[in-house]
Design a protein around this ligand. Structure first.
Ligand code: SAH
Length: 336
């Protein structure tokens, strides 16, 4: 699955298959840019500071963020150094056209030392997962071989209490022969990313904001899905030609980050987070400068991002911070 998705991002235009929040409304990227500006102020206005995006796609989020930052927080605009974590060379070329002066990395390890603010929208869900299936008392792992799912006997996946690197939940009965049956998805790459980010944030001040879709609490079950031309498709048909994603286990990711020395805030439903940060006020202000049809489209886009039965509840916001960091904007009401 890992290779299939790397091939997909390297070859296809993923945005023909799905629409992400920054492509829905420019206000999304603007708000996240201002989130970073306020956070920069709260951590003492370090200069220089790294502004990092993981998985920037077409570069839309940062293009919108930088426009808002230059307008509202020019001092942050001059202090920031743009670094992008992106593995697809095709997308790097698109990003270069929109984000001059950025520096690219394959992962976090090559980022320069120093204070950092990181944004990541729909990044963790694009990382490869492993699937374990419980059959009675035994476990199998599911692999893809010659275009088909095959199963091989496996040890039980790392335990929930021991490893905090998996989803878990109540066994789900499937049929009489397999009274105890459940699927566990494990995204080691997401945990590795959270761990190295957190260990970096335990040495340098800074904060990271993840927006993605997934449940608040860990849950068993299968979430792998493939999208082609915006419609669900068979994950095994033509590997590398459809976008593969899986729900992000926010509770487990947050636990990994805390175990590696960072503080976490959230996860919060995306609708609550964006509304607290002024999504609708900013959208209204922008809409007033537009033709009526464009103004309506902007308001509709904001609703799509925030309404609970659309992207507002399934998508979550999670912040991972240096332990001494003040609470990030949007999370204040939820901090104990
Ligand atoms: N954040 C963008 C794009 C989301 S798609 C948006 O919201 O529109 C996922 C992005 O993560 C793509 O840019 C993809 O190339 C990148 N990506 C996928 N796997 C990656 C990996 N292992 N390391 C770095 N980037 C990766």
């Amino acid at each position: 699955m890992a290779r299939a998705n790397a091939a997909y991002y390297a070859t296809y235009d993923p945005f023909a298959d799905f629409t992400t929040a920054p492509e829905i409304s420019q206000v999304f990227g603007e708000i996240l840019g201002l989130w970073a500006a306020v956070m920069w102020d709260r951590i003492g206005r370090p200069d220089p500071v790294l502004l990092v995006e993981a998985g920037p796609g077409r570069g839309t989020l940062l293009a919108d963020a930088l426009r808002a930052i230059r307008e509202v927080a020019p001092a942050f605009g001059s202090a920031l150094r743009l670094h992008l974590v992106e593995t697809s060379s095709r997308l790097r070329a698109l990003q270069a056209a929109r984000l001059p002066g950025a520096v690219w990395h394959d992962g976090l390890a090559t980022l320069p030392d120093g204070p950092l603010l990181l944004l990541a929208n729909e990044f963790l869900d694009a990382l490869p997962i492993r699937q374990f299936l419980r059959r009675g008392d035994a476990w199998v792992e599911r692999f893809v071989e010659k275009g088909r799912f095959v199963e091989a006997a496996a040890d039980a996946p790392p335990s929930w209490s021991g490893g905090a690197t998996m989803t878990t939940g109540a066994p789900r009965a499937k049929d009489e022969g397999a009274a105890r049956s459940m699927t566990i998805e494990l995204c080691e790459a997401a945990h590795d990313f959270a761990r190295s980010l957190a260990s970096r944030l335990s040495n340098h001040t800074g904060a990271a904001l993840f927006l993605d879709y997934g449940p608040e609490c860990s849950a068993a079950g299968e979430s792998l899905q493939a999208l082609r031309d915006g419609r669900p498709t068979d994950p095994l048909a033509d590997p590398g030609t459809a976008d593969l994603t899986a729900h992000v286990d926010f509770a487990a990711i947050a636990a990994t980050a805390r175990a590696a020395g960072a503080a976490t805030h959230g996860p919060l439903p995306q609708g609550v987070f964006l509304t607290r940060l002024g999504l609708f006020q900013r959208t209204d202000r922008l809409a007033r400068t537009r033709q009526p049809s464009q103004a309506l489209a902007l308001i509709e886009a904001a609703r799509r991002l925030a309404e609970p039965d659309r992207m507002g509840r399934l998508f979550k916001a999670l912040a991972v911070c240096h332990p001494g960091c003040p609470t990030p904007p949007g999370f204040e009401a939820d901090s104990q």
